[in-house]
Write a protein of this length. Structure first.
Length: 257
């Protein structure tokens, strides 16, 4: 995966993100539910905060918390800051422009949590080792991450059109790989898998949803999307699956230090 390309796409379409991030918002709500209801986290770190939707949910769930949120995209951070100003009147949320793989903090956190971000990380083991050191004793680490079956219908349709075409999500880590990596670092690891399907009226609608959530890098092709190509792949998609439906495979992970 080309990180610079991913960053460019997230930044370029940051202004459209909130109109198309249905799955990401759905994952954020589910991720919040796996946290202990009776526990109050005072210091929270949120890598890859995007436009701040999950940040707001965290603040509502833990109103006394101090949240440190960061994202690699300056445009995403700007939107998040403006959004938070309208809802949070104190200085309990701080935003930074940082790369999740290169962060350095001297302080520790009671909770580190991230929604739909880590599938873009190349060296995920090193990242998790770094985050372990940022956790307080008995601290909690939660995250959602997309699996390799995400957009499997799209992968099939592209392959049937041209065997050279592929999508990057097919290379995402599976549940067993993630569990093995986490268990090599932490003792208490819990993973729950869910698949969510979203239906679209037309094939271009699916591509548009992918494009405007900043994940255009999911489609690793050099296709110039002409109307003819869109129609041909759309027909293959409909003939194969009966409709334009996209599967999102999501792993919800909870780790206790």
């Amino acid at each position: 995966m080309d990180k610079q390309k991913i960053v460019k796409n997230f930044s370029q379409y940051a202004g459209y993100y909130d109109y198309y991030c249905y799955i990401q918002n759905k994952c954020a709500v589910k991720l919040l539910r796996i946290l202990d209801k009776d526990k109050n986290f005072l210091k929270i770190l949120e890598p890859g905060c995007g436009t701040g939707n999950y940040t707001l949910l965290l603040k509502k769930r833990f109103p006394s918390s101090q949240i440190t949120a960061f994202d690699i995209s300056p445009e995403m951070i700007e939107i998040a800051q403006n959004k938070i100003k309208k809802s949070v009147k104190d200085n309990s949320i701080n935003f930074y422009i940082k790369d999740a793989e290169k962060i350095k903090f001297k302080e520790q956190f009671d909770l580190i949590t991230s929604n739909a971000v880590f599938q873009w990380i190349e060296d995920i083991k090193s990242l998790f080792e770094k985050y372990k050191n940022l956790l307080t004793d008995r601290g909690v680490f939660t995250f959602s991450i997309f699996g390799p079956e995400t957009f499997k219908e799209l992968q099939t349709s592209l392959y049937l059109y041209d065997k050279k075409l592929q999508i990057n999500s097919s290379g995402f880590k599976n549940k067993e790989e993630i569990y093995t990596i986490l268990k090599s670092i932490f003792d208490k690891v819990y993973i729950k898998e869910e698949s969510v399907q979203v239906k679209y009226l037309f094939f271009p609608d699916l591509l548009q949803a992918i494009k405007y959530t900043g994940t255009r890098g999911d489609i690793n092709t050099n296709i110039f999307w002409t109307k003819e190509i869109l129609n041909n792949i759309g027909k293959i998609y409909n003939n194969t699956f009966g409709e334009i439906v996209a599967t999102y495979q999501v792993f919800f992970c909870k780790i206790i230090k």
